[in-house]
Design a protein around this ligand. Sequence first.
Ligand code: 7TS
Length: 405
Amino acid sequence: MDWHRIRSDFPILDQQVQGHPLVYLDSAATSQKPRTVIQALSHYYERDNSNVHRALHELSARATDAFEVARKKAAHFIGAASENEIIFTRGTTEGINLVANTWGTQNLRQGDVILVTGMEHHSNLVPWQLLAQRTGAVLKHIPVLDDGTLDNEAIDTLLTEQVKLFAFVHISNSLGTINPARELCARAKAVGVVTLVDGAQSAGHMPIDVQDLGCDFFVLSGHKMCGPTGIGVLYGRMALLETMPPWHGGGEMILSVSFETSSYKPPPHRFEAGTPNIAGVIGLAAAIDYLEGIGLENIQRHDHNLANYAVQRMSEVPGIRILGPQSGHRGSLVAFHLDFAHPHDLVEFANSHGIAMRGGHHCTQPLMKRFKVPGTTRASFYFYNTLEEINRLVEVLFAARAFFT
Ligand code: 7TS
């Protein structure tokens, strides 16, 4: 693979920041966009912009076609059995809230258990807390071990028939841990528990096959996989989607409406009230084409090499504590704590050298508490990053040590 040529597909990366070449190490927050995605958006607005599903004129037909082709592409991208299992959302957060407010409200009762893990992003925690408060259900979590993996023995104790839903993150945005999603779904299924996999950090980084994973729901955000912001996918197994009531009411989700009552379209349209993010959906389809053109296995391998090289090189910095798995099987991000600098000061220092990283709690406050750190600094990678950029990061971490001590 010619990764340097692939990098040149991303116009934003070719710039100076604070007098230095930009080193973008914040892809776990949002990825950069290749030229083809940017062009798909402007092409849509310049040529085809129109509302979908509503009108019979040429532009609306083009927009509707592109919108529904994108649904097929998204289904293929994650291995769904049918495009009707693909609901377009604003992103991972909205997908989880949709499940909580439809399936959750319908199925959860006093005393039922919602099981999550100790490494969830707030978006896979707060919606379940709200649901628990509404229904009288109880929220429990699987503890995280010192090495950043889930406590396997606790899973046996906690994953019982009392659990109605097990919602867990595929790749942790704060540790880089890759959870064994397939095995976890199988264990849940064995006791009749419905599963939701938060794929915000895995989609676009590795091949995803929801049927092979065996999950009931899977959520992703387009903006973390080269697509635009404000667009995501909720996958739901049709047998479940069919039983779920709508969440948002409005246009496009109904069959007929009277003042007294309404009847609703089947999935996915039942869950897509109002004018959707048409440009976002078209941009997401362009992102999927782009990623599939490179090959998800290739991306996964490259991600893996970058992460392992980063862990190895960053370990050379005295006073560094790297959270999560120390080597081997991990996602393409490294979160760390330096005993000589607060994450916010370090992020500012790195910024003055052209390096973009995120510092803070990364929306995983319970996990920060578990590891007894106020926050961490996180360098997160994608296939457009290079080993040279990691070397540059390590150089700057050594410079920070000289500066802060
Ligand atoms: N789940 C995980 C694992 C995430 O990493 C994120 C975003 C979300 C859910 C929410 O995704 P959204 O697109 O709906 O916002 N994570 C991060 C991050 O690590 N830094 O900024 C956003």
